[in-house]
Design a protein around this ligand. Sequence first.
Ligand SMILES: C[S@@+](CC[C@H](N)C(=O)[O-])C[C@H]1O[C@@H](n2cnc3c(N)ncnc32)[C@H](O)[C@@H]1O
Length: 333
Amino acid sequence: MANKNLNQAKSAKKDEFYTQLVDIENELRHYREHFRGKTVLCNCDDPRVSNFFHYFSYNFEQLGLKKLITTCYKNQERDLFSQHDSERAIWLEYTGDHNGNRIPDPNEIGINYLQGDGDFRSAECIELLKQADIVVTNPPFSLFREYVAQLIRYNKKFIIIGHQNAIKYKEIFPLIMNNKMWLGYGFKGGAGHFISNYEDIATASDHRKGMIRVSGVNWFTNIEIAKRHEELVLYKTYNAEEYPRYDTFDAINVEKTADIPMDYDGVMGVPITFMDKYNPSQFAIVGVMNHGCDSEYDLAKPLLRGKELYTRILIQRRQYQIKRETLPIAAEQ
Ligand SMILES: C[S@@+](CC[C@H](N)C(=O)[O-])C[C@H]1O[C@@H](n2cnc3c(N)ncnc32)[C@H](O)[C@@H]1O
């Protein structure tokens, strides 16, 4: 159901759904020490309505920020759901509370006009990006690849929301595999409710007024977090019956992350949700099985007894890791 919401959003490029303050607070509390003395940029955020702007401006002193910059895309109307009917956009700059009331007052926030529409790829927005130490936002899902590529190009730290399916994108997977980007703490139950006026097709128990529920959303970051170093506790042992080999690649299939056998020394295919539990000291990522041809890391189609499975991440226990060059070659497909 919720995935249908996301697919609809993607196909229609419906990027207008807004992050709740509580979700921002829940994630960012794990990164507090990283913000001291830093300039934060929220570059897909209408500052008048963005909860990212709200969070950083109200927590400015507590986090010890140096500066907060926020840019919005096109819309200058005080309407939450951008119509993109104005070509000029604004950007805001906040350097903290000056009158001692610990609240970001309007006269303390510098409002500036952008020449263009506030596209994060525009030259003037890139100039603002260059000033930033950490970028934090929920960017348009339809431009996620380009958005991440730009952050990497400018060597920025980031904490951003995206969909877990992005892990398998050929532009994103190499970053995940090479530990240049990983998943944050995430949303409760792997799904988020976002403020939106799109039609919500979540089941009644999941429906919240004025929101859409999107399953599979997560936070992506390149900032160190404790979660990334937690060991996944394994309890199962390998047996050939429960862990069959793929038709196309010499690795065993593991249905659920919790079922990863603790004593298997070869390559294992696990569901994409494994990335939420990935600890690089415990496991090495050796590739992905998606179409078998997306990139040099896409090693085979995930075929099991003639049936095509969902994308698999290929992993190996770090202690048994073998060099990629010596991996078994995929059988002909
Ligand atoms: C998923 S919404 C999230 C909005 C806000 N960051 C939040 O979390 O509440 C993505 C936002 O990116 C904006 N956007 C779309 N294309 C953009 C672009 N090329 N440059 C900057 N922002 C863009 C959309 O207008 C939309 O408001």
